[in-house]
Structure formats: C-alpha cells, structure tokens
Design a protein around this ligand. Sequence first.
Ligand SMILES: O=C(O)CCC(=O)C(=O)O
Ligand SMILES: [Fe+2]
Length: 350
Amino acid sequence: MAKVPVLDLSPFLRAQEKAPRPDVTISNLPEDAQVVARTWRQAFAEFGFCQAIGHGVPDDVIENAYATAQKFFQLPFEEKSRCDTGKEYGASSGFTARGKERVSATATEVPDSKVLGAQATRPPDNVESMIFLGREDDVVPDEGYREVMQRYREELRRLLLTTMSLTAVSLDLPMNYFDKYFIMDKQKENEMSLRLAYYPPFEKGAEPLPRQLRYGEHTDYTGFTLLWQDHNIDGPQTAKAIRPPLGGLQVRMPDGSWSDCPPMPGAFTINAGDLIQAWTNDEFLSNVHRVANPPPGDEHARISLVVFTGPGNDTIVEPLPTCVSPERPAKYARISAGEHLRKKLQASNQ
Ligand SMILES: O=C(O)CCC(=O)C(=O)O
Ligand SMILES: [Fe+2]
C-alpha cells in the first residue's frame, strides 16, 4: 500500500537562508534544495500529504505546547468550559466541547463523494478543541498558556512561510511569490489558527456511537495544515520514538482505500487544503482524511496540535499563471479566502 512520503526540508531551509534575493527561482537554488522542491510538488500531486522532517522547529517548543495542551485537556470539564465563548466552533478562540462539531458535513463538495458515503448522517465527532488565534483577546486559561502557544505559533509561522516558498519555486514562481498574502497582522484572522484537538479515551465498555469517528472525513479548508500528531509515548514527544498508534490519521488513496498515516518520529504531517488545490488548479491535491477510532480495549487519549494556515481573509484565490495553459484551463473561479472559510465553518457546526 502506498505511504505518505517523508521529506527532509533542511537543504531547502539552508538555501532559503542563503538566497541572494527573496525572489529567486528554482534554477538559482543549489541542487539539493531543488530536489526538495521537486519532491514536495510530487508528494502533493500524488497524496496531498507529506511527513516533513528537518523542519527547523525546536524540540522544546513542541514539548511545551504538547505538555500545555495535555494539562489543559486534563482539567475538569467545568474548568475547560470557562474558556468556552458559547460561539460556534471556529468563530472565536477558546474551547469547544464534544458534540458540537461534525467535520464530515463539510465534505459535500468533495469530488467522488460516493466514497464518503452518507457522511451527513455521521454523529458529531468525538473530539474537544481549543483554538488559539494569537490575538490579544484570545480566550486562554492563564497567561503561561498564552506564552507557550504564542511561541509555538511563531515557530510554526516560519514553517508556514517555508511551505509557501517551496510551493512557489516548485511551480516555477519566485520564492517570495506568496509572501504578500501572509502578512502578519493582528487584525487578520485567517493567516494561522492553532487548533488543539483532544480525542478522549474510550473507557472500558464504552463504545463509539454507530458511525461515529474521532474526526470524520473531510478536506482542510484553506492553505497548508501543519500537524503534530501525538507520538503516543510516555516520555518527551520529540524523543524520536513513537508507540505504534492505535487508531489515528488516515488518508484517502486514489483508489478510494484508506492508508494509515501514523506519526513519524520528529515529523510534522503536512497536508494541502482546498485553497491550495484551487490556487494550483488541481496540481496539488487537498486530500480527504479522517481520524479513525482506536481498536476496542485501547484506552489512550490522542492529542493533536493542528495549525491551519491560509492566506488572509481578503485574499482572492484563483489559479496561478504557471498552472494554467490552453491544455489546462482554469478549473476554479475566483474565491475569497474569507468567504470560503466562512461557508465551511458554517457547515461543520451542529
Ligand atoms: O488529529 C488529526 O490527526 C487530524 C486532525 C484534522 O484533520 C484537522 O484538524 O483538520
Ligand atoms: Fe484535517
């Protein structure tokens, strides 16, 4: 069975640092960085996913974010609920309890929806979320939490810019082509949001509802998603080890089958969202994925640190000049990033 490819980003990071100008194109990069860019494009054309190592995010930043997320989700429900603004999932920062989100309901526009079956009838996802937007009015349990998540967000922002630079050069565009759509601006909401996801353990004898999943089938809505999957070990997350995950992320293969995409030691799992697919005129795939239930008897919770990235809400996304030709006409009309996201979030809420 085909597996999501592993990609070491470090040659590209080095080239990025040394690039003589921010608008260099692929032919001006050292050969090893060119190979990364070409492999990047191939991974997203085929799978819409890759496992990225050599990403440059320091271990301690990941450890702190994971430990802080774990501490939060272990709080009694009443305390977590103090961070619930009562707004719909995705409409604000803060906590969303189980039973509020049904992500599979957003997948109705996915082509080949027969594979998804009657997703609209799935019960809500078996997940709690805590969203951090990096804004002054973010709902947080305490200031220590804010500091840790802010640091994580800053480091992941570097990785976000790298993913966009890689995408640009791999499509024969200047390295800084996308930078203008990703300007850090506290007023803009959609450039990055951090979703901490907690999939509770199934206690002995407890069963999921019929058809209920930890997180139903869906594509991600915007740009690249930078996902730290639970490494499922008792020691540090970044100890370069994992315990075989029992139930987790699955990615849909072109033949409609599901391929497990378990965490890989030290890696971020990166996938392209719908706006990347539209921007690249289907060259990059926004692939369908889900989080499966653990097998009966497994009582581990699962925590994911999910960073959704996207161009600013006011960005108009349309197929890139290098992805359109007479043989390959534009398949997407212009979409506003903010409007697209709003519709998806509306569909995901119960
Ligand atoms: O928890 C995971 O592994 C994936 C979560 C996910 O797909 C999402 O948040 O969009
Ligand atoms: Fe997702």
